[in-house]
Design a protein around this ligand. Structure first.
Ligand SMILES: [Zn+2]
Length: 430
């Protein structure tokens, strides 16, 4: 179907970070075919015309690091140390998970993400076919990876096989809404030969890899003790770094680590909410951006955040860097908006997502800015980042289809999703 959004204020996130007043967005099939000012007679060229007077249209957020099904453990165990939280609370429940529970929790995550303006997410978990099922049904876009712990010498390893099966079945599925990457979990859960095996497979298939790196001080300390080098240097020396690699967190880095990431053009995903809640530290985002590293943004799982609200993440990211750098000019609005959209998309290998440009995928959100927190109207980008609410997202379009309109999710029964998730949470904790 072709759709015209008219009378809107457009935040393009194009190369000039342009804002267009009284603008129009044309969509045909799943692509943007017009971005610009209104021209009389436009309406006849489109099947559906949506008047966006008083509204702002911008690219949907790209949540580049998530474990969607962990919504099931949201607010189940908080204010704990990472290792106690994982081993005493999370792992025992994860052992009881089923494919249906993961599907239900993923639907819950997707409902929350759509409502807060996210149109693409990346996911690293297990029962990934059930996550793919949720992506297919809900209409959202996703890049999926099977989270893998592994040892190349283990003949019983089934995780890489599952990631490969996921790739065969779902890479490019649902009109290209899903793509599949590889998900070696971390340097402390995978051996170097195993990571090499995964890296080679990803190369062979022409896809990307996502891994957690230097999230905590403990991880870095243990790596120094075991291997004599930092986690980044370990991966560098093993030849496991290039532009197809996405590293989540990268909180505890040395100057030399940052130089290696820049040299190898590795992508970094910043997760400020999770890093704050788990007291992991403050990632040196400004330094990485200054060195030309592509840095995207993610929420991490909902049990260490505890929501999947990208707008909150944007705000935390910029505030944290301002305090960290002792500089209020650090990570300005345009930069943090790019991190949450084009940079995240680029990290995930999605070159046609994250900005309003002709030819890009039609993934966008309509924000109702006719509310007190957006007045007076000086700078719409500042208003969204510093004073907006994600609950002001009214309409969500993914791949040219209207998934949510005027606050109502059209693609699935949201109430049922909430009740099912509650049911599974009670089953798991019983
Ligand atoms: Zn994570």
């Amino acid at each position: 179907m072709s759709i015209l959004l008219k009378n809107a204020q457009l935040i393009t996130i194009n190369n000039q970070d342009e804002v267009i007043e009284n603008g129009c967005v044309g969509i045909s099939d799943n692509k943007l075919d017009y971005i610009g000012s209104y021209k009389p007679g436009f309406e006849e060229a489109y099947v559906r015309v949506i008047d966006c007077k008083g509204k702002t249209v911008m690219p949907g957020f790209v949540n580049a690091h998530n474990h969607a099904a962990m919504t099931l453990f949201r607010n189940y165990a908080d204010d704990m140390k990472l290792m106690e939280w994982l081993f005493e609370k999370i792992f025992p429940l994860e052992d009881k998970l089923t494919g249906d529970a993961v599907y239900s929790a993923s639907m819950l995550a997707i409902a929350e993400m759509l409502r807060s303006g996210t149109t693409t997410f990346s996911d690293m978990y297990f029962f990934m076919e059930d996550v793919a099922r949720a992506v297919g049904e809900s209409g959202i876009r996703a890049v999926l990876a099977r989270g893998m712990h592994g040892d190349a010498a283990d003949p019983k390893d089934y995780r890489l096989k599952e990631n490969l099966e996921l790739f065969d079945k779902y890479n490019g599925a649902f009109n290209g809404r899903t793509s599949v990457m590889f998900g070696p979990h971390a340097i402390f859960t995978c051996t170097v030969p195993y990571m090499k095996m995964v890296f080679d497979k990803a190369k062979e298939l022409g896809t990307t890899i996502q891994i957690h790196v230097a999230e905590t001080k403990e991880e870095v300390k243990a790596c120094l003790e075991k291997h004599g080098v930092t986690p980044v240097k370990l991966l560098y020396d093993a030849g496991l770094m290039d532009e197809t690699v996405v590293m989540a967190h990268c909180v505890n880095l040395t100057e030399a680590d940052i130089d290696m990431l820049a040299e190898k053009r590795v992508n970094v995903i910043h997760n400020p909410g999770s890093n704050l809640k788990l007291a992991s530290g403050i990632a040196p985002i400004v330094k990485m951006l200054d060195k030309g590293i592509n840095v995207g943004l993610g929420t991490d799982g909902a049990s260490s955040n505890n929501n999947l609200d990208m707008l909150e993440e944007l705000r935390m990211a910029t505030y944290l860097q301002k305090v960290h750098m002792d500089d209020p000019t650090a990570l300005p609005v345009d930069t943090v908006l790019r991190m949450a959209t084009v940079n995240s998309a680029r990290a995930l290998g999605l070159g046609d997502v994250g900005s309003l440009k002709v030819g890009m995928k039609a993934d966008l959100i309509v924000v109702n800015t006719e509310k007190p927190q957006y007045y007076p109207k000086y700078n719409i980008k500042s208003a969204i980042v510093y004073s907006g609410n994600s609950s002001d997202v009214e309409t969500v379009i993914v791949d040219g289809k209207i998934i949510m309109e005027k606050g109502v999710i059209l693609a699935f029964d949201e109430e049922k999703v909430l009740h099912e998730a509650q049911k599974f949470s009670e089953l798991l904790t019983r």
